[in-house]
Write a new protein. Structure first.
Length: 720
């Protein structure tokens, strides 16, 4: 450990404002969750100490009028999550990850946020449930939803009490076999419903928890909620009156490795009727032709309506997310259905990500990526084709937001220069800043918006391509800095005004570079056409945009030294780095960095989400018109000559480590200066603090050596 710190410290000079260890050791704050009256909110804080080699965490409460922050008194090391009890001011329901009676189980507690030591145990649960959502019914009973892994028979799975198998073999008859960083087992996630009966101290109903997914018939894909690998409790909801639930699951008649389609299922909370799909091919009320994935089902405050998003195409993950609203209809015999579906602001050319209702139930607020940051927009229920939503928030990126009782917005945000801001806005341009990390955290002292710029240049199709530019914190006029050209992943992603805990532009700039991060063809947040244009064009339009961006920087910014620049990218950015290595632009850089990138597109079927290539490469590997062979970096290895740093992790099943090993082996065979970095315990991303410090240290050691910012390469590499 001391060795890593000494290496990182050696990289720091008087010109560096934020080093990797300062950045990684700074507090990480969660998003705000306000109480029902909008007076206070809680949030979590975690911080890693490289000296102690451990993390600490706490739960804080912020006063939304004064911005004052205090400790909640709740044990953050045990509490999984907290929800406010509707209809109260400070009542809370939370999951404690410890259960003295059932190893691996959890417990449910009710308490008061202002009296943390007076909480009451209300339920002992036999598995590690999470994703808590709760509604307060007219009877006073609390209806709640949670999720957990479940056996095929519907019962919750608990690893600590499960029978240990006698062998380690895995046998599969269809795909997926593995996904993201996990080999699939017979268990699937499911939503469970439970009720806490109103009595002197609340108690769990005698029926215990009920698996809602068990009511869905399927022919191919077993229902699963939340949808893996990134789904959470945003994949389901409970109506505020506690009468109805809704959840998302992949299309039961389609193989989920080949299709993205997902439908919403609705049903009565009492379980009297099985859930029914409200959209998809067999749903008569759903909008015609909308067969793609669905998301963020959200009941209105009066429980009479449901808003959600859906895509049109059933094998395109980057299709536009469109907003719909439908009435919730309660029929005879306890049936629940929906009425006519209405699209809201259908010509809004952005991806809607999150939905929150106005207290009136007559409009919604949504978040959407827009010009390199996530913003909030207001959409009335009577909006039509001509309605174009307007941005209500500041220039940083919204991580999450809540609508307060007076319809103002409580926003948790980040930016290139700030790891966390909390503010309130009414959408009128006025922002009441409650908290900013850069004003509090000593690790981030000196950071500010003065380092951040944006520009546009003309791209390959004559369109305007956006780019971010980040200067060192202690930027000096009349001094030149090598270019750090960073290409984002996706390819349907973006470089934005956001604080990243993985690729942090300010940390890279403060090594002594000017970071330029373009948003070429395929990037999100600039309209669906730019996204769609990458289909079948991985090595053409985006590469040409990147070349034109480099030329624009060379011609426009005298303080950027392009002669000693470096280039780096992850995922699609890693593919593009490998493509650049084989083309003319590769000779313009002193060093390249590929993190988890494809080196051979004709071997792309080693991945898991096969619908991805089917769309982006114009068909399956069997289709003669597909582009698997057209844009293959492997075909250009004769040109590989720029020093190249390669990272690929063992648990990356999206792009397996064989891609990185083959890339490194070829570079070594050709005699190109190169290093290979592998983390056996990381997936597509490097998330563990000590690993991340080593990742930053070794990448910076590499690029600093070849760009002239630093000195000799270190001796950390394993050799003969």
């Amino acid at each position: 450990m001391a060795r890593y710190l000494s290496i990182a410290a050696a990289l720091a000079t008087s010109a560096i404002a934020i080093t990797p260890e300062l950045f990684l050791g700074a507090p990480r704050r969660g998003v705000l969750t306000p109480n029902p009256t909008g007076e206070i909110a809680y949030f979590s804080v975690s911080q890693y100490s490289f000296e102690e080699q451990e993390s600490t965490s706490s739960i804080k409460i912020i006063d939304l009028k004064t911005g004052d922050i205090r400790d909640s008194g709740l044990n953050a090391s045990e509490i999984n999550e907290i929800v406010w009890l509707p209809g109260t001011e400070t009542g809370i329901l939370y999951i404690n990850e410890t259960n003295e009676d059932v190893p691996g189980g959890v417990t449910l507690w009710i308490g008061d946020a202002l009296k943390p030591n007076e909480s009451t145990l209300v339920a002992s649960l036999d598995a590690p449930y999470n994703g808590l959502k709760v509604a307060n019914t007219s009877s006073g009973d609390l209806h709640f939803l949670v999720n957990a892994l479940a056996y095929p028979n519907g019962t919750a799975y608990n690893e600590e009490t499960a029978e240990i198998p006698r062998h380690q073999g895995r046998l599969y008859s269809d795909i997926y076999v593995r996904h993201w960083d996990t080999w699939l087992t017979k268990q699937r996630y499911a939503v469970f419903a439970g009720a806490l009966l109103a009595n002197s101290s609340y108690s769990l109903s005698h029926g215990g928890l009920r698996n809602l997914n068990q009511g869905v018939n399927f022919t191919v894909t077993r229902p699963e909620t939340p949808v893996q690998p990134f789904g959470g409790n945003g994949d389901y909801d409970i109506s505020p009156d506690g009468s109805t639930y809704v959840f998302l699951s992949k299309a039961p008649q389609l193989n989920k490795a080949n299709y993205t389609a997902g439908y919403l299922y609705i049903g009565p909370f009492d379980g009297s009727v099985a859930p029914v799909a409200i959209n998809g091919p067999n749903s008569t009320a759903a909008a015609a032709g909308h067969l793609g994935n669905s998301g963020v089902p959200t009941f209105s405050p009066d429980s009479s309506k449901l808003a959600y998003i859906q895509q049109d195409e059933d094998y395109y993950e980057s299709d536009r997310w469109k907003l719909y609203v439908t009435p919730v209809v309660h029929g005879y015999g306890g049936t629940v259905s929906t009425g006519d579906f209405k699209p809201l602001a259908p010509n809004f050319d952005r991806w809607i990500e999150f939905i929150a209702w106005d207290p009136s139930s007559e409009s919604v607020f949504v978040s959407a990526e827009d010009f390199a940051r996530t913003r909030i927009f207001h959409i009335p229920l009577d909006s039509d084709e001509g309605y174009i939503p307007k941005n209500l928030t500041s220039g940083t990126t919204v991580s999450a937001f809540s609508v307060l009782p007076d319809s103002s917005l409580l926003v948790s945000a980040t930016g290139v220069h700030t790891s966390r801001d909390y503010y309130i806005t009414k959408g009128d341009g006025q922002v009441d800043l409650l908290f900013s990390a850069t004003k509090v955290d000593k690790e981030l002292a000196g950071l500010g918006p003065h380092t951040f710029e944006e520009f546009f240049f003309t791209g390959a199709q004559g369109n305007q391509i956006h780019s971010i530019l980040v200067k060192p914190t202690n930027f000096v006029e009349n001094k030149t800095y090598p270019l750090a050209y960073i290409i984002h992943g996706g390819p349907q992603g973006s470089n934005g005004n956001v604080w990243s805990t993985r690729w942090n532009f300010q940390v890279w700039a403060d090594q002594g570079y000017v970071v330029v991060a373009p948003n070429p063809t395929g990037s999100t947040g600039f309209g669906q056409k730019l996204i769609d244009d990458i289909q079948g064009n991985w090595g053409s339009y985006p590469y040409e945009d990147i070349v034109l961006g480099w030329e624009y920087v060379q011609e426009t910014y005298p303080y950027i030294d392009t002669d000693n620049g470096i280039e780096a990218g992850a995922s699609f950015g890693g593919y593009m780095t490998n493509w650049i290595q084989g083309h003319e632009l590769g000779r313009k850089f002193k060093a390249l960095v590929t993190h988890d990138g494809i080196y051979d597109t004709q071997a792309a079927y080693v991945t898991e989400e096969l619908w991805f290539m089917r769309h982006d490469y114009n068909g399956t590997i069997l289709d003669p018109d597909s582009t698997y062979a057209k844009w293959n970096p492997l075909d250009h290895i004769a040109n590989w000559s720029t020093p190249h740093f390669v990272i690929h992790n063992t648990l990356d099943y999206r792009l397996p480590e064989s891609d990185g090993l083959a890339l490194f082996n070829i570079l070594q065979t050709k005699g190109v200066p190169s290093r290979f970095l592998n983390f056996p315990d990381e997936n597509h991303w490097v998330l563990k603090p000590e690993n991340s410090l080593f990742w930053h240290t070794e990448i910076f050691n590499w690029i600093n050596h070849y760009s002239g910012v630093g000195g000799a390469l270190d001796d950390e590499a394993i050799g003969e």
